[in-house]
Design a protein around this ligand. Structure first.
Ligand SMILES: O=C(O)C(=O)Cc1ccccc1
Length: 281
């Protein structure tokens, strides 16, 4: 069987690199993967949720810029996708352009995460350019051939794919720049070292968050991340995305999740999975 793997396109994105890492992992187990580029992160997740692709590979968190909020918000809405794996990828950004010098550049295109991860470099070396956010780091690359005043922030792999010169690399503000990607599908997750879930609390009262957290603390279950997102119902009303350093099949986690339902309004469990690291770490 060929596994179709939806990811943020056009080809050459960091999400595609993560999807390729997953396809490699499949190949080592005698399976084939087929890459399916999608126009946005939300559409990537929907492709898997609606069965147009077998799995979706999406960025979820960056070590410098934090959460990829579209991923968290779409996952909460879609409900039924389960995390199969996490991949951690080192991210090295390059400035791609047909310009010969930095002085010629008037516009820089990229994904908002990439623009944010290079903001210090951009302020220092290109303080007057117009920064244009795109759906993906590679979205503007096909236009760079015609316009010498345009540049884009993307990977060196993207530069090769689109036959574009690299003017400067790396340009990310922090050398230790990593992004975590999730591989999700409609299949039940296979278990592993981490469990991700999200919940809303019944009322905005003192202790509304302490109680759910105590459920884990009292059982010695470590949380590796907690991230709040607006419920979009009213100002100050939040969802809490939480990662546990434990497998949901462990008895202590099972009993914690059972108790948690008493202190939460809606609880969604996105599954237990292992983390695969790629490249230098
Ligand atoms: O646009 C891309 O290439 C993506 O995969 C999104 C992204 C952007 C910057 C860092 C990590 C992921």
């Amino acid at each position: 069987m060929v596994v179709s793997v939806a990811h943020l396109g056009p080809p050459g994105t960091y999400a595609e690199a993560a999807a390729l890492a997953y396809v490699n992992w499949l190949n080592q187990r005698g399976q084939q993967g087929l890459l399916c580029p999608c126009p946005s992160i939300a559409q990537t997740l929907r492709a898997a949720a609606q069965g147009q692709a077998d799995v979706a590979v999406v960025p979820v968190e960056n070590s410098v810029e934090g959460s990829v909020t579209t991923t968290l918000d779409t996952l909460w809405q879609l409900d039924k996708l389960q995390i199969q794996q996490a991949h951690v990828l080192p991210i090295s950004h390059a400035l791609l352009s047909r310009a010969e010098t930095l002085e010629e550049i008037k516009t820089v295109y990229s994904h908002p995460q990439a623009l944010a991860q290079c903001q210090g470099w951009l302020e220092r070396f290109l303080p007057s350019v117009q920064l244009v956010p795109m759906n993906a780091t590679t979205e503007a690359l096909k236009y760079l051939g015609e316009d010498k005043t345009a540049a884009a922030i993307a990977s060196s792999r993207a530069a090769q794919l689109y036959h574009l010169p690299i003017l400067v690399c790396p340009i990310n503000d922090y050398p230790d720049n990593y992004t975590r990607f999730w591989v999700l599908s409609l299949q039940p997750s296979g278990g592993g070292s981490h469990t991700s879930l999200a919940f809303s609390v019944p009322a905005n009262v003192p202790g509304a968050l302490v109680k759910p957290l105590e459920v884990f603390a009292s059982r010695g279950i470590n949380l590796s991340r907690i991230e709040s997102r607006p419920t979009k119902r009213s100002l100050g009303d939040y969802l809490f995305f939480t990662d546990l350093e434990a497998d949901a099949r462990e008895a202590s986690v099972q009993s914690a999740l059972k108790e948690l339902t008493a202190y939460t309004e809606t609880l969604k469990i996105f599954g237990s999975y292992s983390i695969v690291s790629i490249g230098k770490l």
